[in-house]
Design a protein around this ligand. Structure first.
Ligand code: GLY
Length: 393
């Protein structure tokens, strides 16, 4: 019997070792890395390679997106960032597909005196933590990026924050899974199966039951909504909508921007990510209004207005796509990695603004846990137990 046939057996046959619910980049990376360790792995998703990564700008920005009080997340992000070059090179070697990983660095700029004060606090925070970031005057920032508005007051150059193309990455991970023997069930998981207080697999929309020794929940903003999940096992994951624009930089205008450029404009995070193929991604709104992915006139207006303030020439570029996705936000905005209170159920979700960045490290840590049975030390601060403990206290 072929490997695929063996894995496609259902309740009457030998169970799969690991069943991953959710074929976004997190679920696929976990599946690929786990299959590389010799386990029999399957993924359930109606459209593997979809999910929030299709909308993400793909900025790999642990340093420029640093928030106070999030040092453990910074360390996880740095660890993932350091893995990115090797992770994407391995994917490309295996699949022949380019992931759009690009070493560009990031320039964070200030548009007014308040932004400048905030950015210089971030710089001081970087320095206290020993992170590489350099303060630039407005003139120095414009020398690096001549398309910046003349009024830019200052900037922070972070040469270690790069970019990847979420769509290309997702396509490469789908192919890597296929080539590594992961079985992709293109179907909806409609119920988590629990027997004798243990997760045993899922029921699909087709009625088919898939059994597995361990089930990994990697369903992004819908993770806690899976029917059959006992109450209290996962905290509610909030969907945080991000609207994003894709523009095209005509050849005559290139490079237009040479690195990721970001700013805080009117309290919102704005970023421009120029890809090697001439695409320019402008993101993103932050909206909390449930599972709604409508692109609104207001969202597009806000992004274009703020981007125009930062880089006035942007209004000359063709606008080729608008979109919206849902970031999966946990109660503390950090991911949930590892075993849950329900035996047999493992979480890989809640990555909020950092899903693309944290993909390599999530794949590695979860595969290590699934293969060896011990959660690596690096994942300990992100154990799903932290919420269960808090509610007991
Ligand atoms: N990491 C960028 C965002 O979530 O918008």
């Amino acid at each position: 019997m072929s490997r695929a046939n063996a894995l496609s057996r259902t309740e009457d046959d030998a169970p799969t070792d690991v069943l991953v619910i959710g074929g976004g980049i997190i679920g696929l990376a976990v599946a690929w890395r786990t299959a590389q360790r010799g386990l029999r792995v399957a993924v359930v998703d109606p459209a593997p390679g979809g999910g929030a990564a299709r909308v993400a700008a793909g900025m790999l920005a642990p340093v420029t997106e640093l928030q106070y009080g999030e040092e453990p997340l910074l360390r996880l992000g740095m660890a993932s960032n350091e893995r990115y070059a090797a992770f994407t090179a391995e994917l490309t070697e295996l699949t022949g597909l380019d992931t759009g990983y690009r070493v560009t660095g990031t320039l964070a700029v200030a548009l007014d005196a308040d932004d400048k004060a905030e950015l210089s606090e971030l710089h001081a925070f970087h320095q206290r933590l020993g992170l590489a970031s350099d303060w630039l005057s407005g003139r120095e920032a414009r020398r690096l990026e001549p398309m910046l508005a003349p009024g830019v007051r200052g900037g922070l150059l972070v040469t270690g924050d790069h970019q990847v193309d979420g769509r290309r990455l997702a396509a490469a991970l789908v192919r890597a899974c296929e080539l590594s023997g992961v079985l992709l069930h293109r179907a909806e998981a409609v119920e988590l199966l629990v027997e004798d207080d243990r997760a045993t697999g899922v029921r699909l929309g087709t009625g088919e039951r898939l059994l597995a020794a361990r089930t990994v929940l990697a369903a992004g903003a819908r993770s806690h909504l899976l029917p059959g999940l006992p109450p209290g096992v996962l905290p509610a994951i909030r969907p945080v909508k991000g609207q994003i624009l894709r523009l095209r930089i005509p050849a005559a205008y290139r490079p237009f921007l040479s690195r990721n450029v970001r700013a805080v404009v009117r309290g919102g995070h704005l970023y421009l990510v120029p890809r090697a193929d001439g695409e320019l991604v402008v993101g993103a709104t932050t909206e909390e209004q449930g599972h709604d992915t409508t692109v609104t006139a207001g969202g597009v207006y806000e992004l274009l207005r703020d981007a125009h303030e930062l880089v006035p020439g942007i209004t000359e570029l063709p606008l080729v796509e608008t979109g919206a996705g849902l970031r999966p936000g946990s109660p503390d905005n950090a991911p949930l990695l590892g075993p849950t209170a329900l035996p047999g159920l493992v979480a890989a979700t809640g990555h909020y603004r950092n899903g693309v960045l944290l993909t390599p490290v999530t794949g590695d840590l979860l595969a290590e846990y699934l293969a060896d049975g011990t959660l690596p030390e690096r994942a300990a601060p992100f154990s799903p137990d932290r919420f269960a403990l808090r509610s007991l206290v």
